[in-house]
Design a binder for this molecule. Sequence first.
Ligand code: DOR
Ligand code: ZN
Length: 348
Amino acid sequence: MQKLTIKRPDDWHLHLRDGEMLKAVLPHTAQDFGRAIIMPNLVPPVTTTKMAEAYQARIMAAVPQGMDFTPLMVLYLTEDTDPADVRAGFESGLITAVKLYPAGATTNSASGVRTMENVMPVLEVMAEIGMPLCVHGEVTDSDIDIFDREAVFIDRVLDPLGVRLPNLRVVFEHITTKQAVDYVSQASRALAATITTHHLMINRNAYLAGGIKPHYYCLPVAKRESHRKALVAAATSGDPRFFLGTDSAPHTEPNKLQACGCAGIFTAPNTMGCLAQLFEEAQALDKLEGFTSLHGPAFYKLPVNDAEMTLVRSDDPVRYPETIETADGPVMVFDPLCPIHWKPVTGA
Ligand code: DOR
Ligand code: ZN
């Protein structure tokens, strides 16, 4: 196949940041994606409907003229979150979901949740009104090996939460393990999972073999090849519980390249080309539209985008920019470590 037309994709997990970085990275998402779930881990985090409203306005001001993009706003859950504010934000249509960061799990997660019991009143309201909870699914205990943190989270947090609140709609975000794929595939509750571009394309060798490669460091960390294969099988299966959340997370070069570098991979500019390549190799190009454009809206109970995207395959590999410039410094674009032959030709 040389050409593929699909409904315009959405990104169900995206970091846009703020200020100059927001202005520089947003066009790369708006070019290919109609909507995105906007992560609230700013400094300070987006914890109230009022803060989300102001952030939404800053995002809309950064959308280039002529591009069609809708940010779906998310509240950062803390142990002080007011259930009434969450209810009002959701019912007004301004807020789409709430994000659970276990405290200390990742970038700017210090204000996250330490004790699940303390956020139960918020989660109970969410279960009642049908509001999705996006979950960073890793335990943070220092005695748990970093490669096991996702699997342990399933046993210690995700499964008990489903027993306690079976009606709560949960998105297990950026899954990286076969255990997560199996758990979501077999779940009878309203549970879905997002998978990132990079976790579909790289395994842990990318950042550890042949020298330390900070540009492949993200959280959760990429696991061994057998886990990547399980993720590819899930993404290309057509199962509507799995959909794209890029977790595109820009950091400047100085912030990546230091003794204690930031976690995050910037995939917005080349995600759709990478995914078309991957789905083609898995002989599943017919499943790409479901993964990028249909399953997410179905879970979030939103309409599918009207617009379409056409991807074209060329015999010669396609070139994507290696870095983008921002006023804060250059940001490296994800290098998938293999030739990419696909490129979207129509975006917005
Ligand atoms: O790699 C990551 N980067 N994982 C996260 O959970 C957060 C993100 C960021 O904000 O940079
Ligand atoms: Zn993220």
